[in-house]
Design a protein around this ligand. Structure first.
Ligand SMILES: NC(=O)C1=CN([C@@H]2O[C@H](COP(=O)(O)OP(=O)(O)OC[C@H]3O[C@@H](n4cnc5c(N)ncnc54)[C@H](OP(=O)(O)O)[C@@H]3O)[C@@H](O)[C@H]2O)[C@@H](O)CC1
Ligand SMILES: [K+]
Length: 538
């Protein structure tokens, strides 16, 4: 798990660490040594190609780069420092480099960048240490000229951004157009929130965190609730599969999904639940879907619900409620459509009463009736609500009070708009904050889907899935994600963990699909056979 912090939180942690005896100087030494180790161990180059060029700014980000260069020199690299301001030859970090016979050039002495171009041509690694978290955009013209020149030069070596690509605002995610796109960004101690926003995200390349080994009980750190998902975080949360397991060990998903117009959504969701390890998937679908899907999906069992014109009808709720005995997660939503009768089906499912018999089908009744409804909700299996299920829910008065505890809601920005009344633009501009706020307000886990999916829990935990690929911007991929979330929930994961595991594995499957075929050609069904490949990496 990578911590995700604001710039102010990072500064506070540094100050607290400093007060506890881990000095700023020590932190810089650890930062530089960490970058050097990463470069030396992970960027494989031949002995005679070990040349690193550092672009060095005048702040602490440049300080990190200088420490890195000296450490690389100690590891046998030829190192060169290109400085944005005149080097103070008595400064300990500069002296240390000179002791290794490193070449130093100041930008002002290289008017046409001719020295720099020669260096860039031969460097295996380019360290971008011009600007870090201390930046205020817009860039000063001479800095913009340097960054823009390197970006346009597009050096053949690996560009390693120190803490962040220089030119990125680590808080807002704004980015100067001259910013050098990194191949890998090595964040000091924690990822800064701006890197998980656009446009900055597009420039960071692979993301790694260098551990500064700050004391673990720093007050600011104790309060941190945000993180960025990675294989370690997800691997720690995946269900354990015992050798003596039987299908009951991995739970049963009941999927109330599909309609004739959206037949495939049912399959995608149900199969995804299996692919992430659910023991049994029961498909509660409008009757006519059985003939279309049974041959394609022999692993499922079927509960045929009454339908009207191919959509689940109100009367389906009673049948479904009678069949929830061993169900450990109930998925509602993919492909349902928005017909009124399906809305009544959902209301009945959530109240235990049909709109025909209940005077107050949504529970606005006497204390005794409300108690009955609460008991009914408490008896439902853990719920995953997706897609049209969310849109039908959004139409119900005071809907957040209609759900049992422990639900996972999986809106994309459009569905989130329907649930919150915010515009899609408002949601996209503040994805993290919006997911965080409403997860708390509704008391449910929210997966706000899209590029950089955000998972938020009512207790304030927020995890960003650091994946954005056009391969996932396709019809049906959301059904796969919802099915995966239900699959994990059925195996007993708590709602937040199930949501994080599903969103991460879904995202990685999308990346895998775009690696093996043209992004434009990836369809939702392609993700299903890739889920096992991703799961095998843990
Ligand atoms: N605390 C620590 O010891 C630790 C810090 N760490 C590291 O420190 C970094 C933060 O360092 P920081 O605060 O010194 O700021 P930093 O990003 O180097 O930028 C300041 C420089 O940028 C310049 N500048 C600003 N705006 C500009 C513009 N628009 N256009 C052009 N230039 C502009 C500004 O110039 P000035 O305005 O002062 O003339 C100054 O020279 C952080 O990212 C991490 O890498 C970690 O290793 C952990 C330990
Ligand atoms: K940088």
């Amino acid at each position: 798990m990578m911590k995700l912090v604001t710039v102010a939180e990072m500064r506070a942690m540094e100050a607290e660490a400093n007060a506890r005896g881990v000095s700023y100087e020590t932190m810089m030494e650890r930062a530089g040594l960490g970058v050097a180790r990463f470069v030396n161990e992970n960027l494989y180059v031949g002995e005679d190609e070990k040349i690193a060029v550092g672009l060095v700014g005048s702040g602490n980000n440049g300080g990190d780069a200088l420490v890195t260069l000296a450490a690389l020199a100690r590891m046998g690299w030829t190192v060169r420092a290109y400085l944005t301001s005149a080097p103070d030859r008595s400064h300990p970090l500069i002296k240390r480099l000179l002791d290794f016979d490193a070449e130093l050039v100041e930008m002002a002495q290289d008017a046409e960048f001719s020295r720099l171009d020669g260096w860039l041509e031969s460097a295996a690694v380019i360290l971008d240490g011009v600007l870090g978290t201390g930046i205020h955009l817009p860039l000063r013209p001479e800095t913009a000229r340097l960054l823009g020149h390197v970006a346009e030069f597009d050096p053949p070596g690996t560009v390693v951004a120190v803490d962040c690509p220089s030119g990125v605002d680590c808080e807002s995610g704004e980015m100067a157009e001259e910013t050098i796109p990194a191949d890998v960004t090595l964040c000091m101690d924690a990822v800064k929130v701006g890197l998980m926003r656009f446009p900055a995200y597009a420039a960071i390349g692979d993301l790694q965190v260098i551990d500064l080994e700050l004391p673990e009980d720093l007050p600011t750190e104790q309060g941190l609730r945000r993180s960025v998902a990675d294989y370690d975080m997800v691997g720690e949360r995946l269900p354990v599969r015992a050798l003596d397991a039987h299908k009951g060990s991995f739970g049963t998903v009941m999927a109330a999904v599909g309609s004739i117009p959206y037949t495939g959504a049912a399959y995608l969701a149900g199969m995804a639940a299996y692919r992430v390890g659910a023991g049994l998937v029961r498909m509660a679908v409008p009757g006519p879907l059985h003939a279309a899907l049974a041959g394609k999906f022999p692993e499922a069992t079927w509960l045929l619900l009454p339908h009207e014109m191919g959509v689940i009808a109100a009367a389906g709720a009673e049948l479904l409620l009678k069949n929830l005995d061993r169900v450990t997660a109930l998925l509602v939503g993919p492909g349902l459509g928005l017909e009124e009768t399906t809305g009544e089906f959902l209301a009945h499912l959530l109240t235990g009463k049909s709109s025909k018999t209940a005077r107050h089908p949504l529970g606005f009744g006497s204390a005794a009736q409300n108690h009955e409804t609460a008991e009914h909700l408490a008896a439902l299996p853990p719920l995953v609500m997706d897609a049209d299920g969310l849109r039908l829910l959004a139409k119900m008065e005071n809907w957040p009070a209609r759900l049992p505890e422990g639900c996972i809601l999986t809106p994309h920005a459009g569905e989130m708009a329907a649930l919150t009344g915010l515009s899609v633009e408002e949601i996209q501009a503040e994805r993290m904050a919006v997911a965080e706020k409403y997860a708390r307000e509704w008391g449910q886990v929210v997966i706000l889907k899209g590029a950089l999916t955000v998972v938020a829990a009512p207790d304030g935990r927020v995890t960003v899935i650091p994946i954005a690929t056009p391969a996932l911007a396709r019809a049906g991929t959301g059904d796969v994600l919802a099915g995966a979330a239900a699959g994990f929930r059925a195996q007993g994961l708590e709602a937040f963990d199930a949501a994080v595991c599903a969103a991460f594995i879904h995202g990685e499957a999308g990346l895998a699909a775009s690696r093996t075929s043209a992004e434009a050609s990836v369809v939702a069904g392609d993700l299903l056979p890739l889920i096992p490949a991703v799961m095998s990496l843990f």
